[in-house]
Ligand binder design. Structure first.
Ligand code: GLU
Length: 301
């Protein structure tokens, strides 16, 4: 593995975190990330926290959460108590959302997935390529940005489902300085050091949904700040999302951690491991006789 010496500021005690979602079993890629966080924390005399990212209560289960803790304990990775479980903290995310509502930086987005799809099909049929975000998902159409305040109020009061979306251009205009972050690892095309952030690439991201009154982006910046995280060490698949996180940190007045995006462990098919690929789950490997030392070696450590 490529374990760059991580930079720390001696003034503050470094705080690392591992933040899995309990919507499946941990696999080798998670073991790598957890080991790396734990080891870096040890190297620099820092703290290591565990955060359970379970806002999607339809997919996350207490059984998967216990499985995460069982796997980490088996790997001899210990964490500080109490564990922060996101589903216990919806009030914190609500507070952050309200800040953005009050600043008029989010708007209620009413279009269903089907309506969005139809809009994109029409535009592409007319020869206009539709913008996509770094993960390949189409940008949300800008129709709902232009609804009048009274139209918004009427539709909300009639109980029409909506999500809060960030008005990305307006949010970016709000910034007083160029947006960037310090990357101690490496981006997909070798980016490191001071990396410019391009949140506009993401379009109007979801900040909160009707069924889940928060979003990954909102929760991750809120929690990293509330938990005093100084070093975010996570997979390279989240490298581009850091642009959104940096923007939200500026808008919400939150402190900025350093980032270390590590390489991903790929399966035999060359694709990143996923929770649906049971064969590399830590529990399956354990049942097949692997030891924690084998897992560390398989993870390249
Ligand atoms: N919960 C995310 C995941 O399981 C990780 C989020 C993060 O580290 O920022 O992929």
């Amino acid at each position: 593995m490529d374990c760059n010496p991580i930079h720390t500021t001696l003034m503050t005690s470094p705080v690392f975190r591992f933040a899995p979602s309990p919507n499946g079993e941990l696999h080798l890629g998670h073991a790598y990330s957890a080991f790396l966080n734990r080891r870096l924390a040890d190297m620099v005399g820092g703290r290591f926290l565990l955060r359970i990212e379970d806002i999607d209560v339809t997919r996350c289960t207490p059984e998967f959460e216990s499985g995460i803790m069982r796997d980490l304990s088996w790997l001899d990775i210990d964490w500080e108590e109490p564990v922060r479980r996101q589903s216990d903290h919806f009030d914190d995310y609500q507070g952050a959302l309200e800040q953005l509502v009050d600043a008029d930086l989010v708007y209620p987005a009413f279009m269903s997935r089907g309506e969005v799809r139809a809009r994109i099909v029409d535009a592409e049929a007319a020869g206009a390529p539709w913008k996509r975000d770094p993960d390949g998902a189409p940008h949300y159409p800008d129709d709902d940005r232009h609804l009048t305040a009274s139209e918004r109020r009427r539709r909300m009061s009639e109980g029409e489902p909506f999500a809060w979306r960030l008005h990305m251009e307006r949010a970016v205009e709000h910034l007083h300085a160029p947006l960037d972050w310090t990357e101690d690892g490496e981006g997909p095309t070798g980016e490191s050091g001071i990396v410019p952030a391009s949140p506009l690439d993401w379009g109007d991201v979801i900040i909160a949904r009707k069924e889940i009154p928060a979003s990954y982006h909102l929760c991750v910046v809120t929690d990293d700040a509330l938990q005093g995280i100084t070093h975010v060490v996570r997979g390279r698949d989240l490298f581009h999302a850091t642009a959104v996180h940096r923007l939200l940190q500026e808008l919400l007045g939150l402190p900025v951690p350093r980032y270390f995006h590590h390489d991903l462990i790929l399966g035999d098919d060359g694709r990143k491991l996923s929770k649906s690929q049971g064969d590399t789950s830590l529990s399956a490997l354990r049942d097949a006789g692997a030891t924690p030392g084998d897992i560390a070696r398989m993870a390249g450590l």
